[in-house]
Design a protein around this ligand. Sequence first.
Ligand SMILES: NC(=O)c1ccc[n+]([C@@H]2O[C@H](COP(=O)([O-])OP(=O)(O)OC[C@H]3O[C@@H](n4cnc5c(N)ncnc54)[C@H](OP(=O)(O)O)[C@@H]3O)[C@@H](O)[C@H]2O)c1
Length: 245
Amino acid sequence: MQLTDSRALVTGATSGIGRAIAEAFAREGAHVLVAGRDTARAAEVVAGIVASGGTASPVVADLGAPDGVAALVEAAKAHGPVDVLVNNAGIYPVSGTAQTGEATFEAVMNINVRAPFFLTAALAPLMAAQGRGRIINISSIAAHVGTAGMALYGASKAALELLTRSWAAEFGPAGVNVNAIAPGPTRTPGTAPMGAGLDEFTSGFPAGRPGTPEEIAGAAVYLAGPGAAFVHGATIVVDGGRMAS
Ligand SMILES: NC(=O)c1ccc[n+]([C@@H]2O[C@H](COP(=O)([O-])OP(=O)(O)OC[C@H]3O[C@@H](n4cnc5c(N)ncnc54)[C@H](OP(=O)(O)O)[C@@H]3O)[C@@H](O)[C@H]2O)c1
């Protein structure tokens, strides 16, 4: 068990990649704070973790609401110090630039950039005061390649990757490792509407298929664990070889 005696806050842990990270962290011995907007979905994930012998608590907040980040920080701190923060909650509407309205722009930037920024602002100094901590930002290969319809989303994830490197410089000297994971197309409830399109899209990649949430969670376990003590400001690409080919 790599994460015994640690407490991990995972945003967007009620679905897909975040849920897989929460479950994997719990298997490694962490107490997981399962964050999402939906109380019932959070309770279901917690119940599954507990049924498997792990420990977890729900922490519910809407990260798009003006006071959502503050509410989540308070709810998390009520459980004790947070050792690992995973900024996973994200939205990825697909639309052309000319078809993207300001409300969509604000929603994407609010969830994908503002929420990780202020969660980190609140929790990283507390980790630094303890002399240890891990922050893992879930980016996307959309931050690395220009794709029609993904300009706004890709820009939000590119911002998150720059924040990752900036926070590594800012908090690394105090013992806080900040890194990112850039998944490729992954089969989750969020990408379910793509159906077979996801298989077609990924068929030409070296892996020849979409990723699973568990395959992304493996990288998160590594970055949260003792084996990544010397890793700062890195982005681990987990994309079935898309960026390599
Ligand atoms: N799936 C992919 O192919 C892929 C590829 C690259 C990167 N990613 C990134 O991986 C992350 C997870 O993706 P996914 O496919 O697993 O997503 P998903 O299945 O759509 O789940 C999204 C999660 O984010 C939470 N969330 C959304 N809006 C929120 C808000 N306003 N406040 C609080 N929580 C909110 C949702 O919680 P509630 O519904 O409970 O509110 C849910 O747990 C995202 O950052 C995404 O950009 C995904």
